[in-house]
Design a binder for this molecule. Structure first.
Ligand code: NAD
Length: 352
């Protein structure tokens, strides 16, 4: 039996179609009297719907969330929360919106209730990121973990099919790396495998029938599990590469995860046989790396960095950045093989 530590941090999680209507009850549980509703500019209408559910308990709707939480946007939101007398935030959106709520919580301790509308999983993590002068600083602080999460699949109906697919692959990536995390444990491995299984089976159904509420609900169930493991164990090469490519080359978050995952797993393959066996079992395919590649193909997701608009000239610099700061990974980080990985990912070649 492996030695391990398992610590549980409580986030109350509510699942179900229409469960956003339970928001007032969830605010009561936490003791929030006046909540500031956060969204992106694209999702202000959703913010208005949430405000209608809250009635006079809504302190306001702020539709300023954007990717990577720029410092000035975070400062404005913190000021708005104070000015409007909010004693809590409701993040109605994906990782960008939840990220803004986390920036407010970090500064002011305001509790967060999340209504996730993508599958990125930020609602289940104590991880935050704030971008200042083009540099994204990330950190871990349990004060930013949402106190309650309401997974209402109806809120994902407007998520475009293509983004549903890549966002789901983003979630699968969290679970795949959790299966070989140095601080992983048997409980998180169970959650990770089940999370991959749920998403890998929900996404093809979702692609066929985007309004299938059962498939949308199953995808959220997988998202919850994948987000939970992301928040509790350390990620390796895959997440580092995606962070570098997203941050330094401004590539879209979910799409980069989607493209890189099979290549990062192929890089680590010889060091992670048990993780690969569990991924293959979850995918219901004979082999993990080929299975993920094939899943991507069947979902019609982008398969190469070239498709995402990355320039071939940037690959050398990306490889340099990827090995600049050491971090735990099952296979040592070697610049040459990582450069080769990036080349294959750039071309969309077979991952192994
Ligand atoms: P996002 O929140 O940036 O959303 C992408 C776009 O889709 C936005 O324009 C948004 O308005 C729109 N959108 C979202 N849900 C929608 C819906 N249901 N219907 C219609 N449009 C919708 O995307 P994301 O992938 O969820 O989040 C990415 C960001 O989150 C990145 O900055 C990433 O670093 C961060 N992130 C953080 C963590 C963490 O643990 N801290 C985890 C995952 C991602």
């Amino acid at each position: 039996m492996q030695s391990f530590v398992h610590e549980t941090r409580a986030t109350r999680v509510v699942f179900g179609a229409g469960s956003r209507q339970l928001l007032p009850r969830e605010l009561d549980q936490i003791g929030i009297r006046r909540a500031l509703v956060l969204t992106t500019p694209d999702q202000v209408e959703l913010g208005q719907q949430v405000a209608a559910i809250l009635g006079d308990r809504c302190a306001g709707v702020l539709g300023s969330a954007v990717m990577h939480v720029p410092l000035e946007v975070a400062r404005d939101a913190i000021d708005a929360a104070r000015r409007l007398g909010a004693d809590g935030c409701i993040a109605a959106g994906g990782g960008s919106t939840i990220g803004l709520a986390k920036a407010i919580a970090l500064e002011s301790d305001l509790p967060i209730v999340a209504l996730p509308t993508t599958y990125a999983g930020s609602e289940m993590t104590p991880l935050y990121g704030i971008t200042d002068d083009g540099i994204k600083k990330t950190g871990r602080d349990w004060r930013v973990l949402p106190r309650a999460v309401i997974y209402d699949p109806e809120l994902t109906l407007t998520l475009p099919v293509a983004l549903s697919m890549t966002s789901g692959m983003n979630a699968i990536a969290h679970a795949a790396e959790a299966l070989y995390a140095q601080d992983g444990n048997p409980v998180y491995s169970l959650m990770a495998e089940e999370g991959i299984r749920a998403l890998a089976h929900a996404l093809p159904r979702l692609r066929e029938a985007p309004a299938d509420m059962d498939a949308r609900g199953d995808a959220q169930y997988g998202t919850w599990l994948c987000g939970t493991v992301l928040g509790n164990v350390q990620m390796g090469l895959h997440h580092k590469l995606c962070h570098t490519l997203g941050g330094s080359f401004n590539l879209p978050h979910a799409e980069v995860h989607t493209v890189i995952l099979p290549y990062a797993l192929a890089y680590n393959a010889n060091a992670i046989p048990q993780a690969l066996a569990r991924i293959a079992r979850a995918l219901d395919r004979p082999q993990a790396v080929a299975g993920l590649h094939a899943l991507g193909q069947s979902l019609g997701v982008p398969r190469s960095l070239r498709e995402l608009g990355m320039s071939a000239d940037a690959l050398d610099h990306a490889a340099d950045l990827a090995v600049q700061t050491p971090y735990p990974n099952p296979r040592p980080l070697e610049r040459g093989p990582i450069r080769a990985l990036l080349q294959r990912a750039y071309e969309g070649a077979a991952p192994d």
